[in-house]
Design a protein around this ligand. Structure first.
Ligand code: NAP
Ligand code: MG
Length: 498
């Protein structure tokens, strides 16, 4: 594979007033991968068994930090998807609906506990297949996965209390399609509520990050879940489209890009399938002059640079009040210098590998666009590995509202910075994109939090923090960021009919 260092932008001026290089010298602390078993090839998981794809095709999955192929996944064709839907239908009409809600809950509790037991293996595999730092997969993704299964396990036999006076019933077979940025967590967001409500599922993970979904299939087998309740079909976009267009599916739950979400919505028009769409975002973080500045800077670093900015609700735009702009930007630059970019399996790593070559190219294309639009590009001066796909934490300053880098989702460690004078101006700028997934506000005043919180057209608004998740809290977007909510009780309603 070619080296990428030449295509990323290097800072032209001294980066920081502080010499972090001498302060932050960490010895490598790689997480051991010896306990993580990766097969040479993974088949499809249909009807409780691993089965070969009908057309016999497999595709490679690489570790984006090294460029090496780590395994191969089966490519599910139309007939494989059909087989998976039949298995899910059989389970829905058979064994799964004949067991009590309490027993259903027990299966989910068992899955949650088994995820905790295998947490280290799941974390290592997630980082190897997707490129995210082990600290993220170990401390954020996998614990949240278990938390989702625990949370929805508790609801399984209490659905009538969640919806008093109604008789909730499962929808049937659910087709679920997920992206590559939180592979196992997005699986949990989809599978846990669906099963708690008594549905069965056919899930397609993203092409570049299917490994933990297939490990999850092994876990489902070990948990003794009745055959066909969970089916995992790997493949590319075409496999996803086969699920969307299958006639015997009752609901589509999709998380991914707005472009594909629009295609799916078009295909579903005129059918009686239910659907939820969780799509892209361009989150704004609004920092007022009275904000606790150090806390805000730490929140911003977390919101955009950790997990390489591969977060749908990432805070990818900073709106900072004029009086503190210079101070905030300098502190951001100083903190950026201390970020370690590199081996996702190293416990010291803050920013891991970009998930794929395609995404790496997309991010660099946007940096080019930013330069052409007149942005001042600033990058931390850290070293990055020669192989694999890495992008230095980047600021795009001197941008305006109509710039593409301000309007479009970049999905990388790139933060645009604009200033504002009044709360109304901040709200107006924050709302002025096609998206409305998440936003944040930093201020000392509760009144400003309420004003901004009610002014933002955004599914989530965090105050004096960012990217905090909890299974009890609903999540979803306004405008082109999606339709419907996942998480919490809202997430249950999306898998029930009344
Ligand atoms: P994507 O390209 O839309 O892909 C998402 C999933 O859909 C993948 O499994 C993909 O398969 C599949 N797919 C592609 N084309 C399809 C089609 N025509 N019909 C059915 N399925 C199809 O998105 P991505 O690049 O993987 O993920 C990044 C996007 O997800 C970002 O926009 C991000 O904001 C969004 N996201 C949103 C949320 C949220 O909760 N709102 C959460 C996470 C991510 P392949 O992998 O084979 O292409
Ligand atoms: Mg991969």
């Amino acid at each position: 594979m070619s080296q990428h260092t030449d295509t990323t932008y290097k800072p032209t001026s001294p980066n920081s007033k502080l010499d972090f290089a001498s302060v932050w010298e960490y010895a490598p602390a790689p997480e051991s991968a010896s306990h993580a078993e990766i097969k040479e090839k993974y088949d499809l998981f249909i009807g409780g068994k691993f089965v070969k794809p009908a057309e016999g095709n497999y595709f490679k999955s690489m570790n984006p930090a090294t460029g090496e192929t780590i395994t191969e996944f089966a490519e599910a064709s139309k007939s494989d998807v059909n087989k998976a839907v039949k298995a899910a239908r059989k389970a829905f009409e058979g064994e799964w609906s004949s067991i009590s809600a309490k027993e259903r809950g027990k299966y989910l509790y068992r899955i949650a506990r088994m995820i905790q037991e295998r947490a280290r293996e799941f974390s290592v595999l997630e980082s190897m297949d997707g490129g995210k730092p082990i600290r993220e997969s170990r401390d954020v993704d996998v614990p949240l996965v278990a938390a989702h299964f625990f949370y929805y396990a508790g609801w399984a036999d209490k659905l009538e209390y969640a919806f008093p006076g109604k008789k909730p019933k499962p929808l049937g077979v659910c087709g679920q399609i997920i992206p590559w940025n939180f592979p196992l967590l997005m699986l949990a967001w989809k599978i846990a509520p669906a099963l708690a409500c008594g549905n069965t599922v056919v899930l397609k993970p993203a092409e570049t990050t299917s490994l933990t979904a297939l490990k999850f299939a092994e876990l489902v087998k070990d948990a003794g879940l009745p055959d066909g309740v969970v089916n995992i079909v790997t493949g590319a976009g075409e496999t996803g489209a086969e699920i969307v267009n299958h006639k015997d599916i009752d609901k589509i739950a999709f998380t991914g890009s707005t472009g594909v979400g629009k295609l799916i919505q078009r295909s579903l028009a005129g059918t009686d399938k239910k659907f939820t769409l969780e799509l892209g975002g361009k989150g704004a973080m609004i920092v007022f002059e009275d904000a606790p500045i150090d806390q805000a800077v730490e929140g911003i670093i977390n919101a955009i640079f950790f997990n390489q900015g591969h977060v749908c609700c990432a805070g990818s735009r900073l709106l900072v009040q004029e009086g503190v702009a210079e101070k905030v930007i300098q502190k951001l630059k100083d903190r950026m210098e201390s970020l370690i970019v590199g081996d996702p399996l190293d416990k010291n790593t803050d920013v891991g590998a970009i998930n794929s070559q395609a995404q790496f190219e997309t991010i660099n294309k946007y940096l080019e666009i930013g330069l052409n639009e007149g942005a001042d590009v600033y990058q931390s001066s850290c070293s990055i590995p020669d192989n694999g796909y890495f992008v230095r934490p980047t600021l795009l300053m001197n941008v305006s509202q109509s710039n593409r880098v301000v309007q479009e989702e970049i999905f990388g460690p790139v933060l645009t910075i604009q200033t504002f004078r009044t709360a109304d101006e901040a709200i107006q700028k924050a709302n002025n994109t096609p998206y409305g997934l998440a936003g944040g506000v930093w201020t000392d005043k509760g009144s400003k939090i309420f004003k901004v919180g009610s002014g933002l057209r955004s599914g989530v608004v965090w105050a004096n923090t960012y990217n905090k998740f909890d299974p009890t809290s609903p999540f979803g977007g306004y405008k082109e960021s999606g339709v419907g909510r996942e998480g919490g009780m809202h997430g249950l309603g999306a898998y029930l009919k009344f």
